[in-house]
Design a protein around this ligand. Sequence first.
Ligand SMILES: CC(C)[C@H](C(=O)O)[C@@H](O)C(=O)O
Ligand code: SF4
Length: 427
Amino acid sequence: MGKTTAEKIFAAHLVDEPFSGTKVLRLDVVLCHEITTPIAIVDLVERGKDRVFDPSKIKAVIDHVTPAKDSKTATQAKILRDWARRQGIKDFFDVGANGVCHALFPEKGFIRPGNTVIMGDSHTCTHGAFGAFAAGVGTTDLEVGILKGVCAFREPKTIRVNVNGELPKGVYAKDVVLSLIGRIGVNGATDRVLEFRGSTVDAMTMESRMTLCNMAIEAGGTSGICMPDMTTVDYLWPFIQGEFASREAALQEYSRWCSDSDAVYEQTIEINAAELVPVATFGYKPDQVKPVTDFDNARLDQIYLGSCTNGRLEDLRIAAQILKGHTLADNVRGILSPATPKIYRDAMKEGLIDIFLDAGFCVTNSTCGACLGMSNGVLAEGEVCASTTNRNFNGRMGKGGMVHLMSPATAAASAIEGKIADPRNYL
Ligand SMILES: CC(C)[C@H](C(=O)O)[C@@H](O)C(=O)O
Ligand code: SF4
């Protein structure tokens, strides 16, 4: 019987099976940020276990609130910073070099096909775009991961999502994944891997694949996964060229992680790309999704472009293309947080930042900040934000505030009109 990508990765990393169904896997990468890792660090220090299994396999960033906004966040950053220095963690990204974890780490080439990756962050599933098994974990698992380089998982079943056909004008990876979540619900993939397949996914950039995998958790999924292919190799090439004689050789090596043609799936979902339309969420759950054309004058106060879902260069390009020559509607303010310093710099070189500034946007440094309502764009009670992020929970971007999730194109069109708008009218 053939194996799925997740099954292959589990088999290749298995170190123990203490109970039936629970598998202890060897970890290739442990990712850390300043919100969850300091809790683990303090506990490890208290227990006299201030060690790490392998400093070269640990990558850390201060990204959620940076530069620190108060004493508490400064302390969290300091705990992570001191630990990284103490443990000799070279891949540590501090103020000036830091960006949103799930955008920064892939950009640095840290995630490879077939890898096992954990982080104390629910959107770790993003890294599955590289054909890796990447899962968010709690503090206890994170501590064990940091100390021993292993993590226990129940082997997840895989749901295959076939997306075929060409995406219509104004429809992007965000619309695909929001439409999927709208269909299967916020628990539709609980404890499952969502494997994204089909010609639409094959044609996607790594950035778009990351957008797809990023939101697997919003349907309850443990990880999203895409098949490694030449797009993956091309993205990683600057980092792997020393390891392989040619791109073809790299592709051959990475292809072994692709699901077998006779792999068994728990369920297969078919999505016809041609039928998709630009969508946005309307409630406090990511599965409350409807076409943008069904919003009747939905009032907005803020537009937010950024995050690990849609703060990448391709997202900024799409939004800038729509915003060019326009300004923000009178009733809204706009905030752009390019997800990493490289994205920021590239956007500057391409003239995109000028377009945002000309439109009236405030451009912040690279941080999660507003996405989780901690800094750089927190909503006031009763305010509404059109956002390219991944969570619309009640109060997510500020107590009493509401969030509509959408693609960068829809956010840009909405910025111009001051209400949820159809990007197709601007393309
Ligand atoms: C702070 C962190 C634990 C959290 C997460 O796990 O997702 C954050 O990144 C978020 O998006 O809410
Ligand atoms: S950008 Fe938002 S969703 Fe992504 S890691 Fe940061 S807080 Fe979490």
